[in-house]
Design a protein around this ligand. Structure first.
Ligand code: ATP
Ligand code: MG
Length: 216
């Protein structure tokens, strides 16, 4: 791990990991992470841009360094937020289970680890590599996202995998229909993206000519 976060004395370190492609990061990600940080009294939320996303088409994802820098620009002024290069520097596809193992290897058992995700991503958890190992070692904070009802989540996971539901904390974030896909689409069409992401990220996108063409 390329960095070590300061540990609070006399209690566990409480970390939230917000993983994603962040292509680009937007206010949906930021509001979700902030809400999780407040509600769960997290010491840090670590934004972790993925390297080679196992679920996404490799050629259609923007270079990791661009995604990393945009994420950095968006999180750098928030005292609770930080960023990790762990997954973008990995030569292997990014699997959550590997990330969890590395964090425990780094911090030992004095660690409370939460994964912060949108509720849409949680629905896929049972398809993740070694998901039982992941659930044994950390909890999830799942944020509602328009179009993905919490009730559906309970129905799908609750009946078939009750142990899974015990490890998932649901939070309501102000409903935002923002997605990176929509931002990329808007840039390609010459539409404004102001206020959908932070101003420095918006400027970075234009400066570097990102998202001018949507891959076929
Ligand atoms: P794309 O459209 O390219 O899939 P995305 O907007 O879904 O991008 P990701 O980087 O894929 O962003 O998502 C990272 C994490 O953030 C996932 O857990 C996802 O569920 C969550 N997330 C994305 N958008 C929102 C939103 N508007 N509100 C809450 N959570 C979100
Ligand atoms: Mg997504």
């Amino acid at each position: 791990m390329s960095f070590l976060l300061p540990k609070p004395s006399g209690r566990q370190l409480s970390l939230g990991i917000m993983g994603g492609t962040f292509d680009p990061i937007h206010i949906g990600h930021l509001v979700t992470a902030e809400e999780a940080c407040q509600q769960f009294k997290l010491d840090h939320v670590i934004f972790m841009p993925s390297g080679i996303p196992p679920h996404k088409d490799r050629d259609s994802v923007t270079a990791a360094e661009h995604r990393y820098l945009m994420t950095m620009l968006a999180v750098v002024t928030n005292p609770c937020f930080t960023i990790s290069r762990l997954e973008i520097e990995s030569k292997q596809p990014s699997y959550t289970v590997e990330t969890v193992r590395r964090f425990y290897a780094q911090y030992g058992n004095d660690l409370e680890l939460y994964f912060i995700t949108g509720a849409d991503a949680i629905l896929d958890i049972i398809t993740w590599k070694d998901y039982r190992d992941i659930l044994a070692r950390c909890s999830f904070i799942a944020a509602t996202r328009p179009g993905y009802s919490l009730q559906k989540l309970q129905e799908v996971l609750g009946s078939a995998f009750p142990a899974v539901m015990q490890r998932i904390h649901l939070i309501e974030v102000p409903a935002m229909a923002i997605s990176s896909t929509e931002i990329r689409r808007r840039v390609a069409m010459g539409k404004t993206i102001r206020y959908l992401t932070s101003r420095p990220v918006e400027q970075y996108i234009y400066k570097n000519g990102l998202y001018r063409y949507i891959p076929a």
